[in-house]
Ligand binder design. Structure first.
Ligand SMILES: [Zn+2]
Length: 445
């Protein structure tokens, strides 16, 4: 870990509900006042975007990150202006914020998704010796934390639905301080419930998902990188969402970047799977699918979705500072795309831009195409497409990726069994982060 040039006062936490302001201890996830839930916001001393060229990867933006330490060897977003894809869509100015592995374009996120930005920031925010971190994921966050915690000796338990295991491959082999718990017959919401229960046990620290300012401000660096490259905020910001943490983060970053309060914010253009789209339904109809029960039916729909990463059944929608607020303030839109449209978009991107992209990014691109065709995008205005994951097929060709196995497989019902949760906690409480780390295998072997 490198020393951090930030001092403790370079940022504070501010509650959007009651206005409470406090120092950041690196752990806190919610305001202690008894009021409706709200997402802490970071308030930074630095008023302008001030990238630090001397710092690696995401820490280039450390003046707007709630971090106290820097992890060496992390990557960041690569931004370029599209020509062929832009022409195919009929857009005058399309910018691609690419998150993944694409060496020629500067794409150096070796876990293949923008979740590496959040992992680098969450781990940079975490005080040393805080306990064993508990992270819940439907896939990409698990890969990012397993890789970074493995490399930087941070004890962590990663909780995933068992269905996500086949996608869990990392460059770093298994190490004793990174443990993976797979929940059988579960979706992301079930994994979150177990993560919550485990993190409440002594000796564990909750990563906290969207509530963690580190997670959101790390994801917000996608917009910082784009503005650094283009010199201005885009008119539209396009992204596929599950919890929507990345979209909320982009909106928060735009509020920081905007020079005057009257300047327009980028309109959020968000996308979900057509087969399961709770945020789309909430935004279009005003219903709240997560309040209507039918859990089993929703679980099955989520499991069958083309991009399962986008299937959070309980997104932070109505919470203060959450998705509904960001969509409303930015004049946003929510679209869906089905599997055939998303597959076609993935093929088009590879053909026109020259690199493979992940299914969620395919959903985002297909949704953008739909929005353009529906006349809902000003085709002369700058559009930023967040390719949230890509280059993984190429990464797999050029590097050895190790399939990760579960260290424990548990039934979904365990969350209602306090004794079983205590036993699980006892197994993983004191992970040994001092034992020797295996070497990375060289490329091409
Ligand atoms: Zn408060």
């Amino acid at each position: 870990m490198l020393p951090d040039p930030n001092d403790a006062a370079h940022h504070h936490l501010v509650c959007p509900v009651c206005g409470r302001r406090q120092a950041d201890d690196g752990l806190t996830l919610a305001c202690p006042e008894p009021h409706a839930p709200g997402l802490w916001q970071s308030a930074y001393r630095e008023a302008e975007l001030a990238p630090d060229a001397d710092r690696d990867g995401v820490y280039r933006y450390h003046r707007w990150l709630p971090v106290r330490r820097h992890l060496a060897g992390t990557g960041r977003t690569a931004v370029h202006r599209s020509e062929r894809l832009a022409a195919a869509l009929g857009l005058a100015e399309l910018w691609i914020a690419f998150n993944g592995y694409w060496p020629e374009r500067g794409g150096d996120l070796e876990t293949g998704s923008f979740k590496e930005l959040e992992a680098a920031t969450v781990l940079g925010r975490l005080p040393e010796g805080a306990g064993t971190l508990v992270v819940t994921s439907a896939g990409n966050t698990a890969i990012a934390f397993a890789e970074l915690c493995g490399r930087h000796r941070v004890p962590v338990v990663v909780v995933v639905p068992a269905s996500a295991l086949p996608r869990l491959r990392t460059r770093t082999p298994a190490v004793p301080w990174v443990r993976i718990v797979a929940v059988e017959g579960a979706d992301y919401a079930d994994a979150i419930a177990l993560g919550d229960a485990l993190a409440a046990q002594p000796g564990f620290v909750h990563e906290g998902g969207t509530r963690n300012v580190g997670r959101r401000d790390g994801l917000g660096t996608v917009l910082l990188a784009a503005v650094e490259a283009t010199g201005a905020l885009p008119a539209y910001y396009v992204q596929a969402i599950g919890s929507g943490a990345g979209a909320i983060a982009a909106h928060e970053a735009a509020l920081r970047l905007r020079r005057r309060p009257e300047d327009p914010l980028p309109r959020l253009v968000l996308a979900q799977n057509a087969s399961y789209a709770p945020v789309h339904r909430a935004w279009r109809t005003g219903e709240r699918p997560w309040q209507c029960g039918a859990d089993q039916q929703q679980r099955l729909a989520a499991e069958a979705a083309f991009a399962p990463e986008l299937t959070n059944r309980r997104p932070p929608y109505d919470v203060r500072g959450g998705l509904c607020e960001a969509l409303t303030r930015s004049g946003g839109q929510v679209w869906t795309a089905d599997a055939a449209e998303a597959r076609a978009a993935m093929a088009d991107f590879e053909d026109l831009e020259g690199i493979d992209i992940e299914p969620p990014a395919g959903v985002a691109l297909a949704a953008l195409r739909r929005a353009v065709r529906a006349g809902r995008i000003d085709t002369g205005a700058p559009v930023l497409l967040n390719v949230t994951g890509g280059g993984r097929a190429r990464l797999a060709r050029e590097h050895v990726l190790v399939p990760r196995r579960a260290d424990a497989v548990v039934p979904r019902s365990i969350v209602h069994d306090p004794v079983a949760v205590r036993d699980l906690a006892a197994r993983f409480r004191d992970l040994d982060a001092r034992s020797p780390a295996p070497e990375l295998r060289p490329a091409g072997v």
